[in-house]
Design a protein around this ligand. Sequence first.
Ligand SMILES: NC(=O)c1ccc[n+]([C@@H]2O[C@H](COP(=O)([O-])OP(=O)(O)OC[C@H]3O[C@@H](n4cnc5c(N)ncnc54)[C@H](O)[C@@H]3O)[C@@H](O)[C@H]2O)c1
Ligand SMILES: [Zn+2]
Length: 285
Amino acid sequence: MTRIAIGSGMMRGNDSRRDSPNDLWTPGAVTMPPEKNHQESLEEARSLLAGSAGTVSFSGAGLSAESGIATFRDAQTGLWARFDPMTLASAEGFARDPGLVTEWYRDRRRAIARAAPNPAHRALAAREEIEHITQNIDDLLLRAGADPARIVSLHGTMTRDRCHRHCGYEEEVDMRDPPGVRPCPQCGEELRPSVVWFGEMLPAEAWEKADWLCRSCEVLLVIGTSAVVYPAAALISVAHDAGAKIIVVNTQSSDASALADVEIIGRAGEIVPKLLQSPPGRGRA
Ligand SMILES: NC(=O)c1ccc[n+]([C@@H]2O[C@H](COP(=O)([O-])OP(=O)(O)OC[C@H]3O[C@@H](n4cnc5c(N)ncnc54)[C@H](O)[C@@H]3O)[C@@H](O)[C@H]2O)c1
Ligand SMILES: [Zn+2]
């Protein structure tokens, strides 16, 4: 385990959004006008990507938003409006009420099972040479056909459960009919989703690979992340400081904006295919 824990304690200090349940992102809204001409930015990003010998994608919940999967802050709406996601996604919350946490994850698992990859997942997956680092715990990039060996899942996956005590036990779960609370068959501790909760360490291997990819890539394509959840968000600075060009795709400006060489304000499902697909008659589709 690396010594770096995920969490709000490492979020940027002035991000009022995380404490503002009423300030929710409106699905589909594109809120900030682009500073540069949109078409110019697209062309600039396309030419950076075309000239890159090593491209890495770094995605967040916005990549899956158009597949109908709520982003982190949207999770505060609907059935779960009364609950703090930090409580539902922390070891303390699980210890307090494993039933509640498990029910919340059952609901999210069913939502992921119902969802399908969107054009952004498919465009990323189709470019076999691109390496992917994702904060997402859904399996949509994988279901879009991306090579599992080229996906670093920084925050784990919803498709598996593991022993909360970390005795080594793990199992696949049926995402359409997810299981409830049950004991680990090896040690008797409760099983829980194999995801990284707030305050928990990131899997060392995933972090080390992500860090290495960011140090060695030529272009980092940052898609649909608020870049406020650390240490994941620090990877953008790692790539930037190592000399990579940073392209940011988001429906609004974010904490990644300041590091962007090119920022494209728009929906991932529309922009990412435009960035990665060659125009007809120019080779790769
Ligand atoms: N799909 C998932 O697996 C999923 C969903 C929710 C939360 N999470 C977890 O929650 C944490 C939150 O961090 P985060 O940065 O990933 O998410 P976040 O919710 O903090 O930020 C999502 C970002 O996506 C942008 N966005 C929304 N719709 C978009 C679209 N259609 N196209 C482009 N951008 C769009 C928003 O403006 C926002 O900046 C992470 O740890 C992640 O693991 C994962
Ligand atoms: Zn166990």
